[in-house]
Ligand binder design. Sequence first.
Ligand SMILES: Nc1ncnc2c1ncn2[C@@H]1O[C@H](COP(=O)(O)OP(=O)(O)OP(=O)(O)O)[C@@H](O)[C@H]1O
Ligand SMILES: [Mg+2]
Length: 240
Amino acid sequence: MKYYLETKQLTKKYGSFEAVKDMSIHIKKGDIYGLIGPNGAGKTTLMKMLVGFAEPTSGLILTEDNNNFINKVGCLIESPGIYDNLNAFDNMKLKALAKGPFDRKEIEEILEFVGLSDVPKKKAGKFSLGMKQRLGIAMALIGDPELLILDEPINGLDPQGIIEIRELIKKLNTEKNMTIMISSHILSELQKVAGVFGIISKGQLVMEVSADELKNKYAGDPDSLEEFYLDVIRKGQKAC
Ligand SMILES: Nc1ncnc2c1ncn2[C@@H]1O[C@H](COP(=O)(O)OP(=O)(O)OP(=O)(O)O)[C@@H](O)[C@H]1O
Ligand SMILES: [Mg+2]
């Protein structure tokens, strides 16, 4: 298979409203895929279908290993589901137990990887937003997923928090060879991490474009994604 994950005419209807319509996306193994689009475009709905939180109305999700795919996906969609009165380890343990027997060493290694091993006693309720997001990602990493889906993981973070998540995503991609889909409205940040972008509007995929294509088109301008996106969305809206 050419792609690690591919959808074909994926559609999600709520009543007669099509939140996602005929969407065909293409993700290669090892990609960091940036998902962008206006509020209400269907990003979260698409992600929920990919991880099995929402049932597609029609269309297909195709992967290298269709039977076992759902066990190879980790996700952070909407709130991370953290218990404020527990420390990072116990939050991880609860999440792990929901999947099966828990492995202390695995949890310790993940907490070390995301930079939360130095606060063993601190309750999550006392964490900064950046630490909470890192714990949310840590919880998504239980079971060593091949694909990580992160819905707006940098939303509301300060510059330092954004840099920490950026470095973590890059490290997961390079050191663990993880394929990652990430949505964000902060296009300049997304352009720093993603190698390919899916632009969606009104439930439909308008375009997929690689970072290299953008580089060529805009002579290496690091903020070209924003200009390109606004152009594509404007044209897409005119076409509707
Ligand atoms: N459970 C639901 N029932 C009815 N409509 C829904 C439901 N979930 C989402 N929608 C609608 O589907 C559309 C797409 O929503 P979605 O949350 O996927 O957008 P989004 O691109 O993630 O937006 P944002 O950038 O604001 O997070 C919106 O119009 C939303 O109101
Ligand atoms: Mg959303």
